[in-house]
Design a protein around this ligand. Sequence first.
Ligand code: GCB
Length: 602
Amino acid sequence: MKHSLLTLLLASGAWASMQAQEIPLVNNIYGRQNTITLNGAWDYIVDVQERGFYDYRMNETRWGFFLDQHQKDKQELVEYNFDTSPKMNVPGDWNTQDEQLFFYEGTVWLRRNFDYSPTPGKRTVLYFGAVNYEAIVYVNGQKMGKHVGGFTPFNFDITSALKEGKNNVIVKVDNKRTREQIPTNIYDWWNYGGITRDVLLTEVDETYVEDYSLQLDKQDWKHLTGWVKLNNKVAGEKVSVNIPELKVKTEVVTDNEGRAEISVKAKPTLWSPENPKLYNVSIARGEEIISDEIGFRCIETQGKQILLNGQPIFMRGISLHEEAPFGGGRTTHVSQSRTLLEWAKELNCNYVRMAHYPHSELEVREAEKMGIMVWDEIPVYWTIAWENQETYANAERQLHDMINRDKNRAAVVIWSIANETPHSDPRDKFLSSLAKYARTQDNSRLISMAMEVTSANNYHNKLNDNMHEYVDVVSFNQYVGWYRDVNDASKMTWEVPYNKPVIVSEFGGGARYGLHADKDTRWSEEFQENLYIENLKMLDKIEGLAGLSPWILKDFRSPARYLPDVQDYYNRKGLVSEQGQKKLSFYVMQQYYKEKSEANKK
Ligand code: GCB
């Protein structure tokens, strides 16, 4: 077979890397004009040995599946065919769409053909809401780049690879777990593989508004501050910011960096769970208009209190995974998120902990509309490879991408940088760097992490974690009643020796919905109900208790929960079952939060 230099360059990806690239996030993709979806049925090929990527010497092949070859004559050998391969829905995980892939961790190739007519003078951006875990993206056989990290959005400028008419996107998705990744190789949730969030195409000008920030000035609540940023360092571009309901109409002009500061007088009604007021905001640069809905509020701490808009607030929370409400599988539509959040509302929550990784932007926005505060978290979970610099860089990138995506969401009040990490010097160095980094990205929210209690005294639990000085809210997980005897609860005392608010970020225990027995029988609803009653009595005594997020709203899939007929690969600590049936403990929390909410009003 003979190949021209151009074909070789194209196939090797060298040409592509000169042309296309991952670009900074075109933020608020949902509020942009000229956006089309590539969601829908994608063809897929399961590639256990990654033979569509490596040759038989384990070198990256030029002749991989990304070329989407078709047999040209009856003699030609082509050992794959997307056209005749099965299809799966995008967004969607593969584990729940193909029985054979239930436990699969590895590579799957996905292809989507689409007709397109590029607009002259515009650039086309290909956006992925999330791909778990590693994605290598090709357009018409050209490599656009690779993205690592399963829960944050990314995008490529694909203009140079597009053609008039028929085009394709091929993504190599790999969800193999490894020790050095974030999360690492063990964790208590399902490693759903695939293109799990929206795939969108949007057209932008050569120079466009890449990003913006707008929020209430912490010092002066009659002021809104922020900035806009162009993708190019172009000075003198006029960008207008309009909030009709507040009669705000201002024009800013970019500097040599392509940036402009925003500072306007306004007296917004402040966002709160009781009144989740959002304003229509438009950011316009000539013909380019970006629409958003933004709320304004102030979150801060004072001693052991959390203040929302200057008032002490008790965070009536619940933890949740991003898993579909009826049965398992990644949440793929905002209506599913809404169902989960409605259960949280019914529980009298004003707050959710979105564990243990950034949930979809649409879920965060839905919470915001419903008046639910959000704890956003990155998957620095358990025993990370603390001393590996690439691992740190990966964690920092995920933190950056989460903050960058959600910085205009009033609902998000806490950035969490870790969960249950074992104490050591390398860990302290890693986490303190992350916390400092978070502050450089956003100084208007609270920083926390779910710590562990490692007290030597059996009944007196004193929190002792060097990371206390880096956080605004001290949070910890504890499992009295599940990983130790429930009768210990009444004997336990808790001490958090830091002058900071305390959130108990997890407590709970398992029950199989419909299993009824006495309160001493593990897995019964009565056992879980009693565990909740005893825990609430115990936790209520913690000085400076400012919130709770019990573990967890709904039973969720986990490969580490084996017990047949009871767990069946579900972690059963939900207050509702995987089918949405409420367990007895749901009503215990509901009543407790009702009382807290009434007390908060006084
Ligand atoms: C924890 C983890 C959470 C687990 C939970 C459990 O402490 O943070 O991810 O699912 O315990 O059920 O054991």
